[in-house]
Design a protein around this ligand. Sequence first.
Ligand SMILES: C[S@@+](CC[C@H](N)C(=O)[O-])C[C@H]1O[C@@H](n2cnc3c(N)ncnc32)[C@H](O)[C@@H]1O
Length: 197
Amino acid sequence: MDRALLEFWEGRWRSGHTPWDHGEPAPPFREFVERFGAPEGRLLLPGAGRGHDARFFAEEGAEVTALDIAPSAVKEAEAANAHPRTVYLVGDILALEDDLQGSFDWVAEHTCLCAMDPAFWEAYARSVRLALRPGGQFLGIFYIEPHDEEGPPHKIEPATIDILFAEGFRLVEAFRPAKAYDSRIGREEVRWYRREG
Ligand SMILES: C[S@@+](CC[C@H](N)C(=O)[O-])C[C@H]1O[C@@H](n2cnc3c(N)ncnc32)[C@H](O)[C@@H]1O
């Protein structure tokens, strides 16, 4: 586990400086479920934060493994969003434990990749591929127009996401969500890929 990353994020959670947390699941995930149906099977949620999305997918029927590098985030998620179909784990998506590899039907993420320095993005995409079983699917909500160009969250171009997930993935659908937190309207893009290789 990357020590510097762990300390940065644990510090944010301990100090209570979590402005990204809106106290509810990401509206674009709701929109996805309304349009395409709920993800089924085992779902990995990296960068799960306080667990609102984890609980949402569990309530929709998935078996959720919610991962966060910050122990304090995991503690808060367990207190705020416990669900019989959700397990909260402390872990680094960039150093995926052996027992999590190749076993997921879905990886879903919301501002996890965009929270990372771009230097980590290729490793992140490799970890997503490693987590999924063949035929598994990746659903991400990405910040394409953040308020601060420097980040975090870091701006990412849809074309860059396609490059990151070019090897072994096929794009199923991409859309600008109509549903978003007020401060993010028009700033996000949902992209959905299927692992083929
Ligand atoms: C911007 S927050 C988003 C949290 C949540 N997805 C949400 O939108 O409310 C990013 C989260 O990713 C976690 N995180 C950052 N790097 C990570 C890594 N390498 N592995 C797992 N979690 C990570 C942080 O601790 C933080 O909770």
